[in-house]
Ligand binder design. Structure first.
Ligand SMILES: NC(=O)c1ccc[n+]([C@@H]2O[C@H](COP(=O)([O-])OP(=O)(O)OC[C@H]3O[C@@H](n4cnc5c(N)ncnc54)[C@H](OP(=O)(O)O)[C@@H]3O)[C@@H](O)[C@H]2O)c1
Length: 274
């Protein structure tokens, strides 16, 4: 039987931005394969989508993307079920915002693994599950925080920069076979701590923010057009330009002043619910 490459695999499918990708793709009738850490939450998300889009095909499997065996089990399951991928959307991420000296080892490891190792692993794994006929779409969620080194957000910023570079390399390696995009959103008001963070940055915080749905729509459009990198929003383009033109020492002092005002430490949170 000829393999049909129809599914979109979405990681972080039950988080704020992942949910927006699910909604957008479900509204387009695209078959979905969801993953996140909690089986119960994934089941509830799948049932909710099926109830609202009765013709939609939705499957799911829980996986811890920080764990090598769990990632391989997920990829193995996709292969066993004969799931062909049209698209990978790697949304999962951990954003710990605090001085590096206040990290413990577990926070270092988790952030590196989920933001980078897990993404590279699934990008690589997706290759053998895709047609690679020029229409395959590989989309990873980076961040504007990766544009410049960021005091008080240093490790997150580094993992997102590295992810952008991996995607840029892959974009060239897969030319003609797959479209590869790394999207760099500014702020997205998803969790309460992020909304508070945006508020604490005042007018500038609000200018950088885009809704989860707007980010999802812009990202899907960018990967369809095979854009190597997508910055979302006019203000964020301006920030990007400033960070290229502004001397590093000045930039670091400005960022440190802004970012040491608040902390985000969502790593400690459990998967969305058990
Ligand atoms: N919000 C922003 O301002 C912003 C800005 C730029 C970029 N981003 C990026 O956008 C993405 C989504 O962020 P968000 O705001 O939607 O945050 P979120 O609601 O906290 O979503 C993060 C997702 O990552 C998943 N995840 C965390 N650790 C995992 C692990 N070990 N294994 C599998 N999945 C794991 C979580 O899965 P569970 O459902 O299992 O908890 C959750 O669905 C992240 O990559 C983030 O870096 C966000």
């Amino acid at each position: 039987m000829e393999q049909s490459y129809r599914f979109t695999l979405i990681t972080g499918a039950c988080g704020g931005l992942g949910s927006a990708f699910c909604e957008e793709l479900a509204s387009r009738g695209e078959p979905l394969f969801l993953t996140g850490r909690s089986e119960a939450v994934l089941r509830a998300r799948a049932e909710d989508l099926r109830a609202r889009y009765p013709a939609l095909e939705v499957r799911f499997r829980a996986a811890d993307l920080a764990d090598e065996e769990s990632r391989l089990a997920l990829l193995g399951e996709l292969s066993t079920q004969g799931i062909g991928l049209k698209r990978l959307v790697y949304v999962a991420g951990i954003d710990t915002q605090m001085a590096l000296g206040r990290y413990d080892e577990a926070r270092v490891v988790a952030q590196c693994r989920v933001n980078l190792e897990g993404a590279v692993s699934l990008l690589r794994g997706a290759l053998s599950l895709s047609a690679l006929d020029g229409n395959t779409e590989l989309l990873a969620v980076g961040s504007m925080s990766g544009v410049s080194p960021m005091p008080y957000f240093a490790l997150y910023s580094a993992t997102k920069k590295a992810l952008e570079q991996v995607c840029a390399g892959l974009h060239e390696e897969l030319r003609g076979r797959a479209k590869v995009t790394c999207v760099l959103p500014g702020s997205i008001p998803t969790r309460d701590d992020i909304k508070e963070n945006i508020r604490s940055h005042g007018f500038i915080g609000r200018l950088s923010a885009k809704s989860p749905r707007a980010v999802a729509v812009a990202s899907l459009k960018a990967v369809r057009r095979n854009r190597r990198r997508k910055i979302v929003g006019g203000w964020n383009h301006l920030i990007y330009l400033c960070s290229v033109l502004c001397p590093t020492s000045l930039r670091m002092r400005f960022i440190a002043r802004m970012w040491k005002r608040t902390e985000k430490d969502f790593y400690g949170g459990p998967p969305a619910a058990q």
